[in-house]
Design a protein around this ligand. Sequence first.
Ligand code: 5AD
Ligand code: SF4
Length: 441
Amino acid sequence: MASYFIQTWGCQMNVYDSDRIRDLLNAQQDVETDNIKDADIVILVTCAIREKAQDKVFNQLYAWKANKQYKENAIICLGGCVASQEGEACIKRAPMINVVFGPQTIHRLPNMIDEVRNTDAKHVVDVSFPDIEKFDYLPSPKNSGSSAFITIMEGCSNFCTYCVVPYTRGPEVSRQVEDILNEINALTAQGVKEVNLLGQNVNSFKGLYEDGTECNFAELLYLVAAIEGVERIRFTTSNPHDLSDEIIQAFADIPKIADAIHLPVQNGSNNILKRMNRKYTREHYMNIINKLRAVRPNIYISTDFIIGFPGETDEDFADTMDLIEQVKFDQSFSFIYSPRPNTPAATYEDTTTLDVKRARLYKLQAAINNQAQLYSREMLGSIQKILVDGFSVKDKAELRGRTDNNRTVNFVGDPKLIGSFINVRITDVMTHTLRGEIVEE
Ligand code: 5AD
Ligand code: SF4
Protein backbone atom coordinates (compact mmCIF):
# COMPACT_ATOMS: atom_id res chain seq x y z
CA MET A 1 0.00 0.00 0.00
CA ALA A 2 1.47 3.33 -1.07
CA SER A 3 0.14 6.85 -1.35
CA TYR A 4 0.25 8.63 -4.68
CA PHE A 5 -0.11 12.21 -5.90
CA ILE A 6 -1.18 12.91 -9.45
CA GLN A 7 -0.98 16.18 -11.38
CA THR A 8 -2.61 16.45 -14.82
CA TRP A 9 -2.07 18.99 -17.57
CA GLY A 10 -3.53 19.16 -21.06
CA CYS A 11 -6.62 17.91 -22.79
CA GLN A 12 -9.55 15.66 -21.84
CA MET A 13 -7.62 12.64 -23.09
CA ASN A 14 -5.10 13.22 -20.32
CA VAL A 15 -7.83 13.77 -17.75
CA TYR A 16 -9.31 10.44 -18.84
CA ASP A 17 -5.92 8.70 -18.67
CA SER A 18 -5.31 10.06 -15.18
CA ASP A 19 -8.64 8.67 -14.01
CA ARG A 20 -7.67 5.28 -15.42
CA ILE A 21 -4.34 5.48 -13.54
CA ARG A 22 -6.35 6.14 -10.37
CA ASP A 23 -8.49 3.05 -11.10
CA LEU A 24 -5.33 0.96 -11.58
CA LEU A 25 -3.59 2.12 -8.39
CA ASN A 26 -6.74 2.05 -6.25
CA ALA A 27 -7.30 -1.53 -7.39
CA GLN A 28 -4.00 -2.48 -5.73
CA GLN A 29 -4.96 -0.64 -2.52
CA ASP A 30 -2.80 2.45 -3.13
CA VAL A 31 -4.36 5.66 -1.84
CA GLU A 32 -4.50 9.04 -3.52
CA THR A 33 -3.35 12.13 -1.61
CA ASP A 34 -3.73 15.72 -2.70
CA ASN A 35 -0.66 16.71 -0.70
CA ILE A 36 2.52 15.96 -2.61
CA LYS A 37 4.51 15.94 0.66
CA ASP A 38 2.76 12.73 1.77
CA ALA A 39 3.18 10.87 -1.51
CA ASP A 40 5.37 7.80 -2.08
CA ILE A 41 4.61 8.07 -5.78
CA VAL A 42 4.41 11.36 -7.70
CA ILE A 43 2.80 11.15 -11.15
CA LEU A 44 2.78 13.93 -13.75
CA VAL A 45 0.56 13.56 -16.80
CA THR A 46 1.85 16.11 -19.28
CA CYS A 47 0.94 17.99 -22.45
CA ALA A 48 3.24 18.82 -25.36
CA ILE A 49 0.85 20.72 -27.62
CA ARG A 50 2.65 24.05 -27.17
CA GLU A 51 6.15 24.85 -25.97
CA LYS A 52 4.87 26.60 -22.83
CA ALA A 53 2.94 23.50 -21.75
CA GLN A 54 6.04 21.39 -22.22
CA ASP A 55 8.39 23.74 -20.32
CA LYS A 56 5.94 23.97 -17.42
CA VAL A 57 6.54 20.31 -16.61
CA PHE A 58 10.27 20.65 -16.09
CA ASN A 59 9.95 23.96 -14.28
CA GLN A 60 7.50 22.35 -11.91
CA LEU A 61 9.78 19.36 -11.23
CA TYR A 62 12.75 21.61 -10.41
CA ALA A 63 10.62 23.94 -8.28
CA TRP A 64 9.36 20.98 -6.26
CA LYS A 65 12.87 19.65 -5.85
CA ALA A 66 14.32 23.02 -4.80
CA ASN A 67 11.60 23.45 -2.19
CA LYS A 68 11.86 19.82 -1.04
CA GLN A 69 8.19 19.41 -1.82
CA TYR A 70 8.26 15.65 -2.24
CA LYS A 71 9.73 12.86 -0.05
CA GLU A 72 13.38 12.10 -0.72
CA ASN A 73 12.62 8.52 -1.75
CA ALA A 74 9.42 9.28 -3.66
CA ILE A 75 9.17 7.60 -7.06
CA ILE A 76 8.72 10.28 -9.74
CA CYS A 77 6.73 9.19 -12.80
CA LEU A 78 6.35 11.22 -15.98
CA GLY A 79 3.53 10.33 -18.37
CA GLY A 80 1.48 11.92 -21.12
CA CYS A 81 2.65 13.61 -24.28
CA VAL A 82 5.92 15.15 -23.07
CA ALA A 83 7.03 11.72 -21.88
CA SER A 84 5.98 10.23 -25.19
CA GLN A 85 7.77 12.86 -27.23
CA GLU A 86 11.04 12.98 -25.30
CA GLY A 87 11.29 9.40 -23.97
CA GLU A 88 14.74 8.74 -22.43
CA ALA A 89 15.71 12.37 -22.99
CA CYS A 90 13.35 13.44 -20.19
CA ILE A 91 15.72 11.84 -17.70
CA LYS A 92 18.67 13.84 -19.03
CA ARG A 93 16.63 17.00 -18.63
CA ALA A 94 15.38 16.06 -15.17
CA PRO A 95 17.34 13.16 -13.57
CA MET A 96 14.96 13.01 -10.59
CA ILE A 97 12.47 11.21 -12.88
CA ASN A 98 12.31 7.45 -12.25
CA VAL A 99 9.58 6.24 -14.58
CA VAL A 100 8.72 7.49 -18.07
CA PHE A 101 5.48 6.08 -19.47
CA GLY A 102 3.41 7.08 -22.51
CA PRO A 103 -0.30 7.53 -23.26
CA GLN A 104 -0.42 3.94 -24.58
CA THR A 105 1.47 2.32 -21.68
CA ILE A 106 -0.48 3.61 -18.67
CA HIS A 107 -1.58 0.03 -17.89
CA ARG A 108 2.09 -0.90 -17.37
CA LEU A 109 2.71 1.88 -14.84
CA PRO A 110 2.20 -0.28 -11.69
CA ASN A 111 4.79 -2.78 -12.95
CA MET A 112 7.22 -0.05 -13.87
CA ILE A 113 6.90 1.45 -10.37
CA ASP A 114 7.52 -2.02 -8.87
CA GLU A 115 10.62 -2.40 -10.99
CA VAL A 116 12.10 0.80 -9.56
CA ARG A 117 11.10 -0.26 -6.06
CA ASN A 118 12.33 -3.85 -6.18
CA THR A 119 15.37 -3.85 -8.46
CA ASP A 120 18.53 -1.79 -8.91
CA ALA A 121 16.97 0.07 -11.82
CA LYS A 122 16.96 3.80 -11.14
CA HIS A 123 15.03 4.61 -14.30
CA VAL A 124 12.45 2.69 -16.32
CA VAL A 125 11.21 3.95 -19.69
CA ASP A 126 8.40 2.60 -21.85
CA VAL A 127 6.70 4.97 -24.26
CA SER A 128 5.93 2.38 -26.94
CA PHE A 129 2.61 2.01 -28.78
CA PRO A 130 1.97 -1.69 -28.10
CA ASP A 131 -0.35 -3.51 -30.52
CA ILE A 132 -2.38 -4.84 -27.64
CA GLU A 133 -4.72 -2.11 -26.57
CA LYS A 134 -4.21 -0.62 -23.15
CA PHE A 135 -7.96 -0.88 -22.60
CA ASP A 136 -7.70 -4.67 -22.30
CA TYR A 137 -5.62 -4.18 -19.16
CA LEU A 138 -7.59 -1.45 -17.42
CA PRO A 139 -10.15 -2.09 -14.69
CA SER A 140 -13.65 -0.93 -15.58
CA PRO A 141 -13.99 2.80 -14.85
CA LYS A 142 -15.42 4.14 -11.63
CA ASN A 143 -17.41 7.34 -11.76
CA SER A 144 -18.99 9.33 -8.98
CA GLY A 145 -20.67 12.12 -10.97
CA SER A 146 -23.55 12.33 -13.42
CA SER A 147 -21.34 13.07 -16.43
CA ALA A 148 -18.55 10.82 -17.71
CA PHE A 149 -15.93 10.68 -20.45
CA ILE A 150 -15.50 7.55 -22.53
CA THR A 151 -12.53 7.16 -24.86
CA ILE A 152 -13.73 5.68 -28.14
CA MET A 153 -10.58 6.13 -30.20
CA GLU A 154 -7.05 7.32 -29.68
CA GLY A 155 -4.31 8.88 -31.68
CA CYS A 156 -4.45 10.71 -34.95
CA SER A 157 -3.35 9.96 -38.51
CA ASN A 158 -4.08 13.36 -40.02
CA PHE A 159 -0.63 14.94 -39.67
CA CYS A 160 -1.56 18.61 -39.61
CA THR A 161 1.80 20.30 -40.14
CA TYR A 162 1.82 22.09 -36.75
CA CYS A 163 0.78 19.21 -34.51
CA VAL A 164 2.64 16.76 -32.25
CA VAL A 165 -0.30 14.48 -31.54
CA PRO A 166 0.32 11.90 -34.30
CA TYR A 167 3.82 11.49 -32.85
CA THR A 168 2.93 11.51 -29.15
CA ARG A 169 -0.28 9.49 -29.20
CA GLY A 170 0.43 7.43 -32.29
CA PRO A 171 -1.82 6.53 -35.21
CA GLU A 172 -5.61 6.34 -34.98
CA VAL A 173 -6.87 3.24 -33.16
CA SER A 174 -10.58 2.74 -32.46
CA ARG A 175 -11.88 0.68 -29.57
CA GLN A 176 -14.11 -2.30 -30.05
CA VAL A 177 -17.79 -1.37 -30.23
CA GLU A 178 -19.13 -3.78 -27.58
CA ASP A 179 -16.37 -2.67 -25.17
CA ILE A 180 -17.48 0.94 -25.50
CA LEU A 181 -21.17 0.09 -25.06
CA ASN A 182 -20.43 -2.13 -22.04
CA GLU A 183 -18.42 0.67 -20.47
CA ILE A 184 -21.30 3.11 -20.97
CA ASN A 185 -23.79 0.60 -19.58
CA ALA A 186 -21.62 0.17 -16.49
CA LEU A 187 -21.43 3.95 -16.07
CA THR A 188 -25.17 4.52 -16.38
CA ALA A 189 -25.64 1.85 -13.71
CA GLN A 190 -23.49 4.12 -11.47
CA GLY A 191 -25.79 7.08 -12.14
CA VAL A 192 -24.14 8.65 -15.17
CA LYS A 193 -26.64 10.48 -17.41
CA GLU A 194 -24.39 12.45 -19.74
CA VAL A 195 -21.69 10.78 -21.83
CA ASN A 196 -18.81 12.56 -23.54
CA LEU A 197 -17.34 10.45 -26.32
CA LEU A 198 -13.67 11.20 -26.50
CA GLY A 199 -10.94 10.94 -29.12
CA GLN A 200 -8.47 13.09 -31.04
CA ASN A 201 -10.67 12.74 -34.09
CA VAL A 202 -13.93 10.99 -33.18
CA ASN A 203 -15.40 11.59 -36.65
CA SER A 204 -13.05 9.04 -38.15
CA PHE A 205 -13.94 6.36 -35.58
CA LYS A 206 -13.86 2.93 -37.23
CA GLY A 207 -14.46 0.37 -34.51
CA LEU A 208 -15.01 -3.33 -35.05
CA TYR A 209 -17.91 -5.32 -33.66
CA GLU A 210 -17.07 -8.65 -32.00
CA ASP A 211 -18.03 -10.36 -35.25
CA GLY A 212 -15.42 -8.35 -37.15
CA THR A 213 -17.75 -6.01 -39.05
CA GLU A 214 -17.06 -2.29 -38.99
CA CYS A 215 -18.95 0.52 -37.27
CA ASN A 216 -18.49 4.22 -38.11
CA PHE A 217 -19.04 7.19 -35.81
CA ALA A 218 -22.59 7.97 -36.95
CA GLU A 219 -23.63 4.36 -36.31
CA LEU A 220 -21.99 4.48 -32.87
CA LEU A 221 -24.03 7.58 -31.99
CA TYR A 222 -27.29 5.67 -32.66
CA LEU A 223 -26.06 2.74 -30.53
CA VAL A 224 -25.10 5.01 -27.62
CA ALA A 225 -28.40 6.88 -27.85
CA ALA A 226 -30.25 3.57 -27.60
CA ILE A 227 -28.75 2.87 -24.16
CA GLU A 228 -31.33 3.43 -21.49
CA GLY A 229 -30.07 5.92 -18.91
CA VAL A 230 -28.08 7.97 -21.41
CA GLU A 231 -29.86 11.33 -21.56
CA ARG A 232 -27.31 13.64 -23.14
CA ILE A 233 -24.50 12.88 -25.59
CA ARG A 234 -21.52 15.08 -26.34
CA PHE A 235 -18.36 14.29 -28.27
CA THR A 236 -14.95 15.83 -28.75
CA THR A 237 -12.99 16.47 -30.81
CA SER A 238 -14.12 16.62 -34.42
CA ASN A 239 -12.13 17.28 -37.56
CA PRO A 240 -14.28 19.11 -40.14
CA HIS A 241 -12.64 17.05 -42.87
CA ASP A 242 -14.23 13.87 -41.49
CA LEU A 243 -17.63 15.22 -40.43
CA SER A 244 -19.88 13.18 -42.70
CA ASP A 245 -23.47 13.75 -43.80
CA GLU A 246 -24.41 10.67 -41.74
CA ILE A 247 -23.14 12.42 -38.61
CA ILE A 248 -25.20 15.49 -39.50
CA GLN A 249 -28.20 13.18 -40.01
CA ALA A 250 -27.59 11.81 -36.50
CA PHE A 251 -28.04 15.36 -35.16
CA ALA A 252 -31.41 15.42 -36.92
CA ASP A 253 -32.49 11.99 -35.64
CA ILE A 254 -31.14 11.92 -32.08
CA PRO A 255 -32.48 14.58 -29.69
CA LYS A 256 -30.11 13.27 -26.99
CA ILE A 257 -27.14 14.78 -28.84
CA ALA A 258 -26.50 18.18 -27.23
CA ASP A 259 -27.24 21.35 -29.18
CA ALA A 260 -23.54 22.14 -29.34
CA ILE A 261 -20.52 20.99 -31.28
CA HIS A 262 -16.82 21.71 -30.96
CA LEU A 263 -15.51 21.93 -34.50
CA PRO A 264 -11.94 23.26 -34.65
CA VAL A 265 -11.40 25.31 -37.81
CA GLN A 266 -7.88 26.59 -36.88
CA ASN A 267 -7.87 29.40 -39.46
CA GLY A 268 -10.14 31.23 -41.89
CA SER A 269 -7.66 31.56 -44.74
CA ASN A 270 -7.58 28.88 -47.44
CA ASN A 271 -3.92 29.59 -48.00
CA ILE A 272 -3.09 28.89 -44.34
CA LEU A 273 -5.45 25.90 -44.11
CA LYS A 274 -3.61 24.38 -47.06
CA ARG A 275 -0.22 24.86 -45.46
CA MET A 276 -1.57 23.45 -42.20
CA ASN A 277 -2.58 20.34 -44.21
CA ARG A 278 -6.14 20.58 -42.86
CA LYS A 279 -7.56 19.06 -46.08
CA TYR A 280 -10.63 21.36 -46.20
CA THR A 281 -11.40 24.90 -47.30
CA ARG A 282 -13.32 27.64 -45.52
CA GLU A 283 -16.13 27.06 -48.03
CA HIS A 284 -16.32 23.40 -47.02
CA TYR A 285 -16.39 24.42 -43.36
CA MET A 286 -19.22 26.92 -43.98
CA ASN A 287 -21.09 24.24 -45.86
CA ILE A 288 -20.95 21.89 -42.85
CA ILE A 289 -22.10 24.69 -40.52
CA ASN A 290 -25.04 25.45 -42.81
CA LYS A 291 -26.05 21.78 -42.96
CA LEU A 292 -25.82 21.44 -39.18
CA ARG A 293 -27.93 24.56 -38.71
CA ALA A 294 -30.48 23.26 -41.20
CA VAL A 295 -31.15 20.24 -38.96
CA ARG A 296 -30.43 22.03 -35.63
CA PRO A 297 -31.24 25.75 -35.94
CA ASN A 298 -30.11 26.41 -32.35
CA ILE A 299 -26.81 24.58 -32.43
CA TYR A 300 -23.89 26.39 -30.77
CA ILE A 301 -20.56 26.13 -32.55
CA SER A 302 -17.28 26.34 -30.65
CA THR A 303 -13.85 26.10 -32.23
CA ASP A 304 -10.06 26.31 -31.96
CA PHE A 305 -7.88 28.87 -33.74
CA ILE A 306 -4.15 29.00 -34.30
CA ILE A 307 -3.03 32.58 -34.89
CA GLY A 308 0.32 33.60 -36.36
CA PHE A 309 1.00 30.40 -38.28
CA PRO A 310 4.22 30.93 -40.31
CA GLY A 311 3.50 33.23 -43.26
CA GLU A 312 0.09 34.45 -42.01
CA THR A 313 -0.47 37.84 -43.68
CA ASP A 314 -2.87 40.66 -42.78
CA GLU A 315 -5.15 39.39 -45.57
CA ASP A 316 -5.10 35.86 -44.15
CA PHE A 317 -6.03 37.22 -40.76
CA ALA A 318 -8.81 39.33 -42.30
CA ASP A 319 -10.20 36.07 -43.74
CA THR A 320 -10.23 34.58 -40.25
CA MET A 321 -12.10 37.59 -38.85
CA ASP A 322 -14.55 37.32 -41.74
CA LEU A 323 -15.20 33.65 -40.98
CA ILE A 324 -15.87 34.55 -37.33
CA GLU A 325 -18.39 37.10 -38.54
CA GLN A 326 -20.11 34.51 -40.74
CA VAL A 327 -20.18 31.53 -38.37
CA LYS A 328 -20.85 33.48 -35.16
CA PHE A 329 -18.90 31.10 -32.94
CA ASP A 330 -20.00 30.74 -29.36
CA GLN A 331 -16.56 30.04 -27.94
CA SER A 332 -13.02 29.44 -29.07
CA PHE A 333 -9.77 28.14 -27.69
CA SER A 334 -7.32 30.30 -29.54
CA PHE A 335 -3.55 30.38 -29.23
CA ILE A 336 -0.53 31.80 -30.96
CA TYR A 337 1.24 29.18 -33.06
CA SER A 338 4.05 27.41 -31.23
CA PRO A 339 6.65 25.54 -33.32
CA ARG A 340 6.92 21.91 -32.20
CA PRO A 341 10.01 19.70 -32.64
CA ASN A 342 9.98 17.40 -35.68
CA THR A 343 6.76 18.82 -37.17
CA PRO A 344 6.91 20.13 -40.78
CA ALA A 345 5.70 23.66 -39.92
CA ALA A 346 8.62 24.13 -37.51
CA THR A 347 10.83 24.57 -40.58
CA TYR A 348 8.53 27.10 -42.32
CA GLU A 349 9.81 30.66 -42.53
CA ASP A 350 8.10 32.93 -40.02
CA THR A 351 8.65 36.68 -40.31
CA THR A 352 5.63 38.01 -38.38
CA THR A 353 6.60 39.66 -35.10
CA LEU A 354 5.21 38.44 -31.80
CA ASP A 355 3.62 41.86 -31.24
CA VAL A 356 1.60 41.53 -34.45
CA LYS A 357 0.53 37.99 -33.49
CA ARG A 358 -0.55 39.16 -30.05
CA ALA A 359 -2.58 42.01 -31.53
CA ARG A 360 -4.33 39.57 -33.89
CA LEU A 361 -5.12 37.15 -31.09
CA TYR A 362 -6.50 39.96 -28.95
CA LYS A 363 -8.77 41.18 -31.75
CA LEU A 364 -10.01 37.65 -32.44
CA GLN A 365 -10.74 36.87 -28.81
CA ALA A 366 -12.59 40.16 -28.35
CA ALA A 367 -14.86 39.36 -31.30
CA ILE A 368 -15.63 35.88 -30.02
CA ASN A 369 -16.24 36.97 -26.43
CA ASN A 370 -18.58 39.61 -27.74
CA GLN A 371 -20.56 37.01 -29.67
CA ALA A 372 -20.67 34.70 -26.63
CA GLN A 373 -22.15 37.55 -24.56
CA LEU A 374 -24.80 38.13 -27.25
CA TYR A 375 -25.77 34.46 -27.12
CA SER A 376 -25.93 34.57 -23.32
CA ARG A 377 -28.20 37.60 -23.42
CA GLU A 378 -30.45 35.91 -25.98
CA MET A 379 -30.92 33.11 -23.47
CA LEU A 380 -32.51 35.48 -20.94
CA GLY A 381 -36.09 34.34 -20.31
CA SER A 382 -35.63 31.05 -22.19
CA ILE A 383 -36.16 27.61 -20.68
CA GLN A 384 -33.02 25.46 -20.58
CA LYS A 385 -32.52 21.81 -19.80
CA ILE A 386 -29.63 21.50 -17.35
CA LEU A 387 -27.81 18.62 -15.73
CA VAL A 388 -27.46 19.49 -12.05
CA ASP A 389 -23.86 18.64 -11.16
CA GLY A 390 -23.42 20.00 -7.65
CA PHE A 391 -23.46 23.03 -5.40
CA SER A 392 -22.81 26.53 -6.69
CA VAL A 393 -19.16 27.56 -6.29
CA LYS A 394 -19.94 30.99 -4.81
CA ASP A 395 -22.92 30.12 -2.64
CA LYS A 396 -23.06 26.63 -1.19
CA ALA A 397 -26.76 27.09 -0.44
CA GLU A 398 -27.43 27.08 -4.19
CA LEU A 399 -27.12 24.46 -6.88
CA ARG A 400 -25.35 24.50 -10.21
CA GLY A 401 -26.10 22.90 -13.57
CA ARG A 402 -24.92 22.91 -17.16
CA THR A 403 -26.85 23.84 -20.29
CA ASP A 404 -26.47 22.16 -23.68
CA ASN A 405 -24.17 25.00 -24.73
CA ASN A 406 -21.94 24.49 -21.71
CA ARG A 407 -23.01 27.45 -19.64
CA THR A 408 -23.20 27.20 -15.86
CA VAL A 409 -26.57 28.10 -14.34
CA ASN A 410 -26.83 28.81 -10.59
CA PHE A 411 -30.24 28.43 -8.98
CA VAL A 412 -32.06 27.73 -5.73
CA GLY A 413 -33.11 24.10 -5.37
CA ASP A 414 -33.20 20.94 -3.30
CA PRO A 415 -29.82 19.11 -3.14
CA LYS A 416 -31.79 15.94 -4.01
CA LEU A 417 -31.79 17.29 -7.59
CA ILE A 418 -28.02 16.78 -7.94
CA GLY A 419 -27.42 14.22 -10.66
CA SER A 420 -30.63 14.78 -12.60
CA PHE A 421 -31.82 16.83 -15.55
CA ILE A 422 -34.26 19.65 -14.83
CA ASN A 423 -35.69 22.65 -16.69
CA VAL A 424 -34.82 26.15 -15.54
CA ARG A 425 -35.86 29.58 -16.77
CA ILE A 426 -32.90 31.96 -17.22
CA THR A 427 -33.50 35.02 -15.05
CA ASP A 428 -30.16 36.82 -15.16
CA VAL A 429 -27.01 36.92 -17.28
CA MET A 430 -23.59 37.44 -15.66
CA THR A 431 -20.20 37.62 -17.40
CA HIS A 432 -19.38 33.94 -16.99
CA THR A 433 -22.50 32.32 -15.58
CA LEU A 434 -26.28 32.51 -15.73
CA ARG A 435 -28.92 32.57 -13.00
CA GLY A 436 -32.11 30.59 -13.25
CA GLU A 437 -35.23 29.38 -11.49
CA ILE A 438 -36.75 25.93 -11.58
CA VAL A 439 -39.67 25.49 -13.96
CA GLU A 440 -42.26 23.22 -12.34
CA GLU A 441 -43.31 20.47 -14.76
N1 5AD B 1 0.69 25.72 -31.71
C1 5AD B 1 -0.44 26.33 -31.23
N2 5AD B 1 -1.61 25.69 -31.06
C2 5AD B 1 -1.66 24.38 -31.39
N3 5AD B 1 -2.66 23.49 -31.36
C3 5AD B 1 -2.19 22.31 -31.81
N4 5AD B 1 -0.89 22.41 -32.13
C4 5AD B 1 -0.54 23.70 -31.90
C5 5AD B 1 0.68 24.42 -32.05
N5 5AD B 1 1.79 23.84 -32.54
C6 5AD B 1 -4.02 23.82 -30.94
C7 5AD B 1 -5.03 23.53 -32.05
C8 5AD B 1 -5.75 22.32 -31.54
C9 5AD B 1 -5.69 22.52 -30.05
C10 5AD B 1 -5.91 21.29 -29.25
O1 5AD B 1 -4.40 23.03 -29.83
O2 5AD B 1 -5.90 24.64 -32.15
O3 5AD B 1 -7.08 22.22 -32.03
FE1 SF4 C 1 -1.74 17.88 -25.23
FE2 SF4 C 1 -2.42 16.78 -27.53
FE3 SF4 C 1 -1.30 15.30 -25.71
FE4 SF4 C 1 -3.78 16.16 -25.36
S1 SF4 C 1 -3.06 14.74 -26.93
S2 SF4 C 1 -2.17 16.19 -23.85
S3 SF4 C 1 -3.64 18.21 -26.32
S4 SF4 C 1 -0.37 17.03 -26.80
